[in-house]
Design a protein around this ligand. Structure first.
Ligand code: SF4
Length: 203
């Protein structure tokens, strides 16, 4: 079993940056404004962040637009030590449906989600490589419903394949999830009650 403590690994990276007085660039894949709120508050102290909103898994399109707008509004409203930028990825749901074909009936947290993570992290890694970013990572580890070992294993593998450093994370640690709920309330953010894809909508 994977016993790594990804939060401690992130602490170690950050300690090194502080010692070197270095502020590297980070491409941060974000699934939604509420999840990114704590991550932005935390990591913008140490990195110059560009959010990548790439989520072709989201259904329906109106939900996708609502999440994009909330992400943009949050970035405008929050105050950061280092500048935060945003890139909107292409919204093409067919890419998602192709990636999870045959896994539609899998439960949340299963094989369908692994393909969904791979799809979004691959795009983040490619975008990070293209833009010359020092690191890439995702907000997804903040969710108590998502496995940090699974996400970090996929992120590290894709980072190696693409040739860009993956930043380890387990943002639910250090009360990250709790803080994201507080920040969402503070900014009046829309909080969806399902993960994103059509299969995750509770009836
Ligand atoms: S439940 Fe969430 S992570 Fe899993 S496939 Fe659907 S959108 Fe992706």
């Amino acid at each position: 079993m994977n016993q790594r403590n990804y939060q401690k690994e992130l602490d170690k990276v950050i300690d090194g940056l502080v010692k070197e007085n270095r502020v590297p660039s980070l491409l941060l894949h974000s699934c939604c404004a509420p999840c990114s709120s704590y991550v932005l508050e935390y990591l913008s102290q140490y990195f110059e962040i560009t959010i990548l909103f790439y989520n072709p898994n989201i259904y329906p399109p109106e939900e996708y637009q609502a999440r994009v707008h909330e992400e943009e509004r949050l970035i405008r409203e929050m105050h950061f030590k280092h500048p935060v930028h945003m890139i909107s990825g292409t919204y093409d749901p067919d890419v998602y449906y192709k990636a999870v074909k045959g896994l539609e009936k899998e439960p949340e947290g299963g094989a369908r989600c692994e393909k969904c993570f791979e799809l979004r992290l691959s795009e983040a890694a490619r975008e990070a490589k293209k833009g010359g970013f020092d690191y890439f990572t995702t907000t997804l580890t903040i969710s108590p419903l998502k496995s940090a070992p699974t996400l970090n294993t996929i992120g590290e593998r894709i980072g190696e394949e693409v040739g860009v450093s993956y930043l380890p994370s387990d943002f639910k640690k250090k009360n990250g999830y709790k803080r994201s709920v507080e920040l969402s309330e503070e900014h009046g953010l829309y909080r969806q009650n399902y993960c994103g894809c059509v299969y995750s909508i509770r009836s």
